[in-house]
Ligand binder design. Structure first.
Ligand code: 6PG
Length: 228
């Protein structure tokens, strides 16, 4: 969908989220929702915090996290879900903080994901919805173009071009275990990478490597979409 502004984009995405939740919860007890950081990702969390949702039937997880101290303002959870205690209470797992080293934290988080969801290489859906922002270089979550992405559920990124440098992220395999993937993107500086992904699914950019098993949707603002 194309919206006139970021505000309208968010409002349409939030309405669709309400509809999606109601469909999902008709057929299963709990919905697993993957959130993201970045400006639109954080704003989306602020909007869903205003809704009257049956939070007892939702679990949230971040698709990536900045590897800094738990109380550091750069953490996605600090900017997003921790601002809303009732949502934070429904967090499935917290990524480790920078008390340990990055690779150790990757191992720990990977183990926790395996306990919750089993082997990452199975084919079933584990997330009902994955929300992703898009970087001007085509990154999603903390999966950057040209960077190694070794890992089962979790990838460790030691040198992110977007600060802070150290990050943990769901892997491509993990993100692709989603029923639906929604990309939220605004601003003309993202036009080129979105064009590449829409025109060539094999372009290799991170955003082109994630797809929903049932649905992949784009929420774009007019500035970006007009330039496509
Ligand atoms: C992060 C995010 C990252 C973000 C994109 C888009 O930790 O920064 O998870 O993937 O979603 O960079 O961010 P904007 O919406 O701010 O452009």
């Amino acid at each position: 969908m194309v919206a006139d502004s970021s505000e309208e984009l968010l409002s349409v995405a939030v309405n669709d989220f309400i509809g999606l939740l109601s469909d999902v919860l008709d057929s299963k007890p709990v919905a697993n929702i993957v959130l993201t950081g970045g400006s639109l990702g954080v704003a989306f969390i602020g909007e869903i915090a205003k809704l009257e949702l049956d939070l007892s039937r939702i679990r949230f997880l971040f698709g990536d996290e900045r590897f800094v101290a738990f109380d550091h303002g750069d953490r996605n959870e600090q900017q997003g879900i921790l601002q809303f205690p009732e949502l934070a209470h429904r967090s499935l797992l917290r990524y480790p903080d920078a008390n340990s080293d990055l690779l150790n934290a990757q191992k720990l988080m990977n183990k926790a994901m395996t306990v919750s969801f089993g082997n990452v290489h199975e084919q079933s859906e584990v997330f009902d919805l994955v929300i992703l922002g898009v970087g001007p270089d085509g990154h999603v979550a903390s999966l950057f173009p040209g960077h190694q992405n070794n890992g089962e559920w979790i990838v460790a990124e030691p040198d992110s071009p977007k600060p802070p440098a150290e990050r943990l992220s769901l892997s491509y395999t993990a993100l692709n275990r989603a029923g639906r993937v929604w990309f939220l993107a605004s601003g003309a500086q993202k036009t080129q990478v979105i064009k590449s992904a829409l025109n060539d699914a094999d372009c290799g950019l991170p955003l082109a490597r994630v797809k929903g098993m049932q649905e992949t949707s784009w929420y774009l603002d007019k500035e970006l979409s007009d330039a496509l």
